[in-house]
Design a protein around this ligand. Structure first.
Ligand SMILES: CCCCCCCCCCC/C=C/C(=O)SCCNC(=O)CCNC(=O)[C@H](O)C(C)(C)COP(=O)(O)OP(=O)(O)OC[C@H]1O[C@@H](n2cnc3c(N)ncnc32)[C@H](O)[C@@H]1OP(=O)(O)O
Ligand SMILES: NC(=O)C1=CN([C@@H]2O[C@H](COP(=O)(O)OP(=O)(O)OC[C@H]3O[C@@H](n4cnc5c(N)ncnc54)[C@H](OP(=O)(O)O)[C@@H]3O)[C@@H](O)[C@H]2O)C=CC1
Length: 295
């Protein structure tokens, strides 16, 4: 690891900044998303924000939403400064179907329609499953499963009613072998994966594609929600023995939403350095009985 990276990690400045993202090389042609309109939940930070930057660089018009209006406005200002593109922001929670309906109406009205919905909003807290309270379980399932569903259905209904196609990408997590200390989110994300597969079939006749993307450990400010003791172990929990960056995810999202993904639906794209095959992260520490077992 370079000195600069170590210093940024110690300061908990995770991931690529907006100027980094604006200058990052991309495999895509500059006008790939020209005329496309995207709504990105959780677009004020992390993977959602990186996707917003890549999308505007490729010619798309973008609205981002999340709970914290100041964070969204800050992201929009930084994106405008770095790329010259203006994006729209809406403060809301995906957990409230009425707020979801309002943001979806705004997106369709103010962008003049919608071509793609990217659901990057989500989160959880590390805990041993045996200690979960009903309220904690419900908060995580309501955010990651129910909230994502409200967004998906609200977009799909409008696409159906307008008789136009659409595309949905749901950011989930690497769940293939479960997620110790995060059983609540593993359950919710598994729900989203199979929800996506189910409606990918139902909605194919409507011209709506639905895919999921499973990140591994990705350097974002979201990592600041985890205990400092685990930060030094981050990135060791996959065969490539490093973290991914938000550009890895943004380019994956664009692959699925752009014409490159026009025959892809119901898929789960794993961008995780092989974490679905080997490795794991125990946020609260690996128990003695599991040490040295290769996980
Ligand atoms: C996805 C893979 C996880 C893998 C873990 C392995 C580690 C790998 C490395 C890290 C990978 C990073 C993954 C990321 O997702 S980064 C992005 C993370 N960002 C966040 O998670 C922030 C967003 N999170 C939240 O906003 C909250 O956690 C929550 C989803 C619960 C939001 O809901 P709400 O606002 O309603 O929640 P509250 O804060 O009001 O709490 C409700 C009850 O939930 C319980 N709770 C909440 N926090 C904790 C905690 N830290 N410990 C224990 N219990 C908690 C509690 O019962 C709350 O009720 P009370 O406050 O009344 O007690
Ligand atoms: N980073 C990683 O290693 C991994 C992350 N993930 C998941 O990927 C997604 C993106 O994470 P990442 O970019 O790293 O983290 P961030 O914390 O940066 O992004 C999550 C975004 O979700 C928004 N959000 C959270 N709850 C709600 C809500 N109820 N309504 C609307 N917006 C909400 C947050 O904004 P605000 O607070 O303003 O609402 C935030 O911008 C999340 O679902 C995360 O759990 C999965 C695997 C690994």
């Amino acid at each position: 690891m370079t000195d600069i990276r170590t210093e940024r990690m110690e300061k908990r400045l995770w991931g690529l900044s907006v100027p980094d993202l604006a200058a990052h090389p991309t495999v895509y042609a500059p006008d790939l998303l020209k005329g496309q309109r995207l709504l990105i939940s959780g677009g004020g930070s992390g993977m959602g924000r990186a996707t917003a930057v890549l999308a505007v660089r490729l010619g798309a018009e973008v609205m981002i939403c999340g709970r914290d209006g100041e964070k969204l406005d800050r992201a929009a200002e930084e994106i405008e400064r770095a790329t010259g593109a203006r994006i729209l922001t809406r403060a809301m929670t995906i957990r409230d179907p009425e707020q979801v309906s309002a943001v979806m109406d705004d997106a369709f009205d103010e962008l003049g329609g919608l071509d793609a919905l990217v659901n990057s909003a989500g989160g959880q807290f590390p805990i041993e499953a045996i200690d979960l309270t009903p309220k904690g379980w419900n908060a995580v399932v309501d955010t990651n499963l129910n909230g994502t569903w409200h967004m998906m259905q609200a977009a799909a209904r409008r696409w159906r009613d307008a008789g136009v196609p659409g595309s949905i990408v749901n950011i989930v997590a690497t769940i293939d072998r479960g997620i110790p200390h995060s059983a609540h989110t593993a359950a919710a994300r598994a729900g989203v994966v199979y929800l996506s597969k189910s409606v990918a079939v139902e909605w194919a006749p409507l011209g709506i594609r639905v895919n999921a993307l499973a990140p591994g450990t990705i350097e974002t400010e979201g990592l600041n929600n985890y205990p400092p003791a685990m930060l030094s172990r981050l990135g060791q929990g996959n065969p490539m023995r490093r973290m991914g960056d938000t550009w890895d995810i943004a380019e994956g999202v664009v692959y699925l939403t752009a014409s490159s993904g026009k025959f892809v639906t119901g898929e789960l794209l794993q961008i995780n350095g092989g974490m679905h095959l080997w490795g794991t992260n125990w946020p609260l520490g690996v128990p003695e009985s599991f040490r040295g077992t290769g996980g």
